[in-house]
Write a protein that binds this ligand. Sequence first.
Ligand SMILES: *Cc1c(COP(=O)(O)O)cnc(C)c1O
Length: 427
Amino acid sequence: MITDDLTSDNGHLMIGGVDSVDLAKKYGTPLYVFDVSQIRNQIRKFKSAFEEVGLKYQVSYASKAFAVKAIYQVMKQEDVHIDVVSGGELHTALAAGFPSEKISFHGNNKTFDELVMAVQNHVGVIMLDNFHEIELLSRILNTDHEKINVMLRLTPGISAHTHKYDQTGQTDSKFGFDVESGQAKEAMKQVLDDPNMNLLGIHAHIGSQIFGTQGFVMLAKKMIAISKDLQKEFNYWPEVINLGGGFGISYNADDDPITANEFIKQIADELKQNCDDVPEIWIEPGRSIVGPAGYTLYEIGSRKDIPNLTPYVSVDGGMGDNIRPALYQAKYEAVVANKMDQSIVETAHIAGKYCESGDIMIDQQPLPKTDPGDILAVLDTGAYGYSMAMNYNRNPRPAVVFVEDGQDKLVVKRETYQDLTSLDLDY
Ligand SMILES: *Cc1c(COP(=O)(O)O)cnc(C)c1O
């Protein structure tokens, strides 16, 4: 979101104490830039909010939002847990030296091979999602003579007010064991009966880009009610209740996200009111940790003016490096990084370079007078940008740079044309 916090030096956008226009020159465009101190600060806010309310807790970064070695290393430095959802994310985290006991493995269709990989690498928790998986895991543990922590992912019947593709907690969902129909109880029975599985607790994730606290407070209440039910039936009390992620961020002025403090305080109140022995509370923020810290720098190229219509200003990237506008009608804001001190003169569509009419990065963007070669910085692109990037139209994926304390460091190289054909074979 455009705020007064955006710092500018000589009319240039500064990121983490570094001139963004220099970064564009040094590394080329499009370029993802992350302000690492913003990432650290957000993690520390979550932690201190829990410490203030005196709950036992764990913050687990949902790494699908941005999953490269360097970010896993930052998470290791910040001493948090991480979620992974695939063998590829698990491989990346392990390759980064991230401790396996702090990894939770999620997903609604983990393959046999992925489960074997998780077991052999001794991940901290496997988040069981369905009966097929309980069976697979049970077989693997039995053959490999291994034991492992598991949690049950539940669909508690709560739907968050967010985009349809971002809702996951309602009963009609592909994720988790349904509570209402008794699936959750059956799953719990199976897990408790398996001597190789240690049931750490229960999990639910109700969606993404959620703004109010209401959904989370309802969820906390529901999870306690479910726990009490299970206690009656199985004499089992969860060590951990995992409330998932989904905390919204401000992509533009209409978005009004909850602060970590507000949300955690309300949850803590709800939990304390409803039970004497509050389990350890885990949360899984993804977007809110890396989203606002990310910027994408593009070079402005062509322009199309149509009489009486909004002009199109095109950049050298688009849906290949940020699919969210095309996929979710996501809204972004941008600034012209080399003209921060110039006044706005028009509103334009910011178009990408991909051969799709839907490749519009920003529908209505106020701009100063722009020229080819200007640097456009799209804000808040840290989450689900690089991690969803692709090679449509055979465009190489951009490089990623981390900046902190006035220093910049390349953490992912730009893909080359050679990389693009490296898997292709002759015929
Ligand atoms: C995606 C996901 C998250 C993170 O969601 P954000 O909106 O990025 O905070 C957390 N938990 C689970 C299980 C997820 O699938």
